[in-house]
Design a protein around this ligand. Structure first.
Ligand SMILES: Nc1ncnc2c1ncn2[C@@H]1O[C@H](COP(=O)(O)OP(=O)(O)OP(=O)(O)O)[C@@H](O)[C@H]1O
Length: 208
């Protein structure tokens, strides 16, 4: 069950961002995406997660329909502010036909907050809840965009432990992050796939 990214070209706001992106993501491994701000990591992750179509190329997972084995956590936490922490996780578990939320509560130290309305959580607590969501999806490929934003040092370690456990259980993770999480895996600098624009010195200006 390998995810293969083959010749993917992607655009944001109609402007090509990355071209010919190719790599494989294998179970048991993480792939860390690096690259300077604005080079296209978020756009790439959104495309792989099926939230926007590529200009060219494809995302294939051996033995699975497209997107069927992917869980995505982007910049937004995707939580319902008027539901409690436990209700949020139960909601997401139901979407993915899962029923157990206790391991997710424990892994992200959310048990004491389980009956708190999500709208009354701190930024870091909201992020922990947003990440705990991954554990109730049952999905193999975690696609994560800057997952550690707002997390304190202990929570970053907690998160890294959860991802490492996911890898050990046969999962895989594709993560855009600027920090070192110490995971089993490799690093890919996506700036080598930058689309060739007429004026490369003004890459950011092309989006105005
Ligand atoms: N909604 C949008 N419409 C048009 N252009 C956009 C939009 N969102 C982002 N962009 C531009 O697309 C390019 C790629 O952005 P993207 O968010 O993929 O980069 P990134 O590598 O994830 O950046 P960062 O490290 O800052 O999160 C950037 O130059 C950005 O300004």
């Amino acid at each position: 069950m390998t995810m293969t990214i083959a010749g993917l070209s992607i655009a944001r706001g109609g402007v090509p961002v990355l071209e010919g992106v190719s790599f494989a993501l294998t179970p048991g491994r993480a792939l860390i995406l690096r690259g300077p701000n604005g080079c296209g990591k978020t756009t790439l992750l959104r495309t792989i997660a099926g939230l926007q179509p590529p200009l060219a190329g494809e995302v294939k997972i051996d033995g699975a329909s497209e997107g069927d084995d992917i869980a995505y956590a982007g910049h937004a936490d995707g939580i319902k502010l008027t539901l409690t922490v436990a209700e949020n996780l139960k909601f997401w578990a139901a979407i993915f036909a899962m029923d157990e939320i206790d391991s997710a509560l424990d892994a992200f130290d959310l048990r004491s907050l389980r009956d708190r309305q999500a709208g009354a959580l701190s930024a870091g607590q909201k992020r922990r809840l947003g990440l705990a969501r991954l554990m109730v999806t049952g999905r193999r490929y975690w696609i994560l965009d800057e997952p550690t934003v707002s997390l304190d040092r202990a929570s970053v370690q907690q998160f890294a432990d959860v991802v490492q456990g996911h890898l050990a259980g046969g999962g895989a993770a594709l993560i855009a992050t600027h920090i070192d999480l110490g995971l089993d895996g490799d690093t890919l600098d996506v700036s080598r796939f930058r689309a060739k624009l007429p004026d490369l010195d003004n890459f950011d200006g092309a989006f105005l």
